[in-house]
Design a binder for this molecule. Structure first.
Ligand code: TYD
Length: 212
């Protein structure tokens, strides 16, 4: 995107959220293809991850048992590296960044799921992001029992995916709370129904922003 006098306009930052098994990752692939087909320069990335360092931290977070504060510090360390080296430069160059999970997942998984102090999370969010937030967050919402049935059908579980239904109930409620606190940014997407129906809802939300 190029603005007046050749200055580059900031790109858009979109995050995808939802409990494991809600389908967000496959819909994200489709959204990226859809945006590219419309001529947008899209950076597809994920959290924890997105840079060499952050991907190494992801391996630890997903597979190494650890105390919850250690886990919080690692996901925010990964986020800091990802923001500085990948997200901020892309946005500054006017590119669209589509990210599979962002800080809402830390409030949901580490906070509500594992009991990390929300005040600590909020402080880290300020320090690490310096005000940066996604412009749009698509939250794929599915009841935990349905998400669990979808998960077991497709893959071996990581440390989070092995949690019980009450864990995912808390995670889901935390997403609902984050959505209440940031209504301008959050869009709840009903993730029940066929892949095609959900895809259609997602496109409607993307078009409703008026950005594309
Ligand atoms: P997920 O999107 O499920 O990746 P994949 O589909 O490739 O397995 O994300 C991996 C896990 O990371 C997920 O269970 C949630 C967890 N997570 C956190 O616990 N905190 C965070 O801040 C982030 C970004 C993710």
């Amino acid at each position: 995107m190029t603005g007046v006098q050749g200055s580059t306009v900031q790109g858009r930052f979109i995050s995808f959220e939802g409990i494991d098994g809600a389908g967000k990752s496959s819909h994200l692939e489709h959204a990226v293809a859809w945006l590219r087909a419309r001529g947008h320069d899209v950076v597809q990335t994920r959290e924890p991850g997105g840079t060499v360092l952050a991907e190494r931290l992801r391996e630890l977070v997903l597979h190494e048992p650890m105390d919850v504060l250690t886990e919080v510090l690692l996901v925010f360390a990964a986020r800091r590296d990802h923001l500085l080296r990948q997200i901020e430069p892309a946005l500054a160059a006017g590119r669209t960044v589509v990210c599979d999970r962002f800080t809402d997942a830390s409030f949901a998984y580490q906070g509500a799921g594992r009991g990390a102090d929300a005040a600590v999370l909020a402080q880290l969010e300020l320090w690490v992001q310096q005000g940066r937030q996604p412009d749009l967050t698509l939250w794929f919402d599915l009841p935990p029992d349905e998400a669990a049935a979808r998960r077991t059908a497709v893959r071996a579980p990581d440390r989070f995916e092995r949690q019980d239904e009450s864990f995912f109930e808390r995670v889901r409620e935390a997403y609902a709370e984050r959505a209440r606190l940031a209504p301008a940014r959050f869009r709840r997407l009903e993730a029940r129904g066929s892949r095609e129906q959900v895809r259609q809802r997602m496109q409607e939300h993307l078009l409703a922003t008026g950005w594309w």
